[in-house]
Design a binder for this molecule. Structure first.
Ligand SMILES: [Zn+2]
Length: 273
């Protein structure tokens, strides 16, 4: 088809692009505020529901090379091929994503899904965690960090003492932590931003909403309304990331890597503190 010489010049204004840029500018402005205050905004990255290797896991490993990654693996569903695919990725640490990612809470009561609740008794929960712990430690050895990532980000506070007594060093759920250490030797570091909207089916929330989550936590840290020392956690589920979400991830990595007041922290560093 004949191409008009103006095709490349006159284009309707792409408002999505404009909006996207203003969202990124909002995050940069917040980081600039950290810079003016002489402070460093720490970030970290967690990814949930890993069980097997695949192209999306490869993309995640590649994308997080400069950030560090805590990969929450479901012990009961672990495929042994995941072990070899992570063995060359020294920046990836494995955490324990519950045991089987099964809901044990009664349905229809508005409780949400719980694997690590008290609905089946604490002994049954701890027995499951023990089996999962042994499995992940055996397979991933020093790449395994004894950190519990509760499925659906829900864990009964009554479990904390028992978890600490079993040698776990951390728990990671979602939202600003209300306490740093709920039991001796156990540290909480949560995630605060989830780029996926889950219903009706998983898709990228859009840069405006995702950046709003990040900025909300950063502002609250800066203003002292939440624990300023808790690194802002970016939580992905690599299986459910679409192209727009991957694009967002790549740009977030670049922005944080290049801003003087921003820094990624490795999970090893975070939970060993
Ligand atoms: Zn999960």
């Amino acid at each position: 088809m004949f191409k008009s010489p103006t095709d490349d010049i006159i284009k309707p204004m792409d408002t999505r692009f404009t909006g996207d840029e203003s969202n990124w500018a909002r995050l940069e402005a917040e980081l600039d505020a950290w810079l003016s205050g002489g402070r460093i905004a720490s970030f970290w990255w967690r990814d949930d529901d890993a069980v097997a290797p695949g192209p999306k896991l490869d993309q995640l490993i590649e994308t997080t090379k400069s950030t560090g990654l805590l990969l929450a693996v479901i012990p009961k569903r672990l495929q042994s091929t995941l072990v070899s695919s992570l063995s060359q990725a020294a920046h990836v640490h494995v955490a324990q994503h519950g045991y089987a990612h099964i809901n044990h809470a009664p349905r229809g009561q508005g409780l949400g899904a719980w694997e690590l609740g008290l609905h089946r008794g604490i002994d049954a929960v701890i027995a499951d965690l023990d089996v999962g712990h042994t499995c992940l430690e055996k397979h991933f050895q020093s790449q395994f960090l004894p950190v519990v990532v509760p499925p659906w980000n829900r864990i009964a506070p009554e479990l904390m003492q028992a978890i600490a007594a079993r040698g776990y060093i951390g728990v990671s759920a979602f939202g600003p932590r209300s306490t740093v250490s709920p039991a001796p030797g156990l540290m909480i570091t949560n995630a605060h931003c989830d780029p996926i909207k889950w219903k009706p089916k998983p898709h990228f929330r859009g840069s405006g909403k995702v950046i709003a989550q990040l900025v909300e936590h950063l502002e609250a840290r800066r203003n002292g309304t939440v624990d300023a020392d808790e690194a802002t956690g970016f939580l992905t589920h690599h299986i459910d990331l679409d192209a727009a979400a991957w694009e967002f991830c790549a740009r977030l990595v670049t922005l944080i890597n290049h801003h003087d007041a921003a820094q990624w922290r490795s999970p090893e560093d975070l939970f060993a503190a």
